[in-house]
Design a protein around this ligand. Structure first.
Ligand code: PLP
Length: 361
């Protein structure tokens, strides 16, 4: 067996311990005589799985009691509609910060359901920084139902290091940074994350929402797109993505075994620092993002030559460092170094970059 270091932005690496545990339990989960995949979502065994997943989310993220934890489907992208349909009730308006493709898509979807105020955008510099508007730039909390941000911009490699100066209910897409750093849930009305970046396999979406926001949605909202449906049924209104939730539970146990999110954050900061320090010292490679806004999870970089970029991606792959090609809208390279990427993987990447730099100077 030869596993590579996989720098994919998503679906992405999972901890090897998690995959091994899933392998051990593949044919027979506990004493059930069957795989989790074959189990009724109403069975005692599955109920234990989903309950302990919820308990671990609450424990690891320190989720206050007045928040619901839901395991949904439809990817992060379905949340782009569910948020305005369910939260855009009183004012039918919301503030959006446009910090990349995912925020742009979320705003475009929201425009179907609410009036969208684009408070600020970093499109002028290819989303290479996080705009930091003054408090006065935001709508009053009486005029909007919420203010929306994409906390970590997977494609461009930026992240918020301080929260927007809004008084409105904050909503954040944390798809690519969930559980990679400590986030104070109580500062948000709603958080969501597609699992395939940092939490598990594709097919599960984690939603954490303050209970008082989960009333009746806009008229015409389908039952399946109503948060209240899933909150009331504890994510068992219909068949949830059972196997994905099971793997997510194993990832949560792994995070706990590592000492929790604060411990992983320290490791993630150290990993990112290794890579950024090298980029700052390199004469060939350079980072593309404003230093103060650099993501801990997604690190884009370029050589300045399309040919050299392509050569780098190809040779890295031959060396077992895969999926380093940048997003199709940005070019260059991107190394996604989520929780499951060990420090050894980052070190191997830097060694390879040094060698490549020498050979191509
Ligand atoms: C990947 C991603 C999405 C889209 O997720 P899907 O599950 O593919 O719909 C949304 N937001 C962010 C920040 C992402 O990284």
């Amino acid at each position: 067996m030869s596993r590579v270091y996989n720098f994919s932005a998503g679906p992405s690496m999972l901890p090897e311990e998690v995959l091994k545990k899933a392998q051990e339990e593949m044919l027979e989960y506990g004493t059930s005589g069957m795989s989790v995949m074959e189990m009724s979502h109403r069975s005692k065994d599955f109920d234990d799985i989903i309950k302990s997943a919820e308990k671990l989310v609450r424990e690891l993220m320190n989720v206050p009691d007045n928040y619901k934890v839901m395991f949904l489907q439809g990817g992060g992208s379905t949340q782009f509609a569910m948020v305005p349909m369910n939260l855009g009730i009183k004012c039918k308006a919301a503030d959006y910060l446009i910090t990349g493709q995912w925020a742009k898509k979320a705003a475009a979807e929201a425009e179907k359901y609410v009036k969208v105020n684009k408070v600020a955008s970093s499109a002028d510099k290819t989303f290479s920084y996080i705009p930091k508007p003054d408090a006065g730039a935001y709508s009053s909390k009486d005029d909007v139902d919420y203010c929306y941000i994409c906390y970590n911009n997977t494609i461009y490699g930026t992240r918020f290091t301080e929260l927007p100066k809004t008084e409105a209910t904050l909503v954040a897409d944390i798809s690519s940074c969930a559980m990679s750093e400590v986030i104070d849930v109580s500062k948000f009305g709603l958080l969501f994350a597609g699992a395939q970046k940092n939490l598990g396999p594709a097919g599960v979406v984690l939603v954490i929402a303050r209970e008082d926001l989960l009333g009746d949605p806009q008229p015409g909202t389908p039952t399946m797109l109503t948060y209240k449906t899933h909150a009331d049924a504890e994510s068992l209104y219909n068949t949830p993505p059972t196997y994905g939730i099971y793997i997510f539970k194993l990832v949560l146990e792994w995070i706990k075994s590592k000492g929790g999110i604060a411990e992983l954050q320290k490791i993630n900061e150290a990993k990112a620092k290794l890579l950024y320090d090298y980029l700052d010292s390199s004469k060939l490679f350079k980072g593309t993002v404003a230093k103060e806004d650099r993501s801990l999870m997604n690190v884009p970089f370029v050589t300045g030559s399309d040919e050299l970029d392509a050569k780098f991606v190809k040779e890295a792959k031959e060396a077992g460092l895969v999926n380093l090609k940048g997003h199709r809208t940005v070019g260059g390279m991107r190394a996604s170094i989520y929780n499951a990427m060990p420090v050894e993987g980052v070190e191997a990447l830097i060694e390879f970059m040094k060698k490549f730099e020498q050979e191509n100077a």
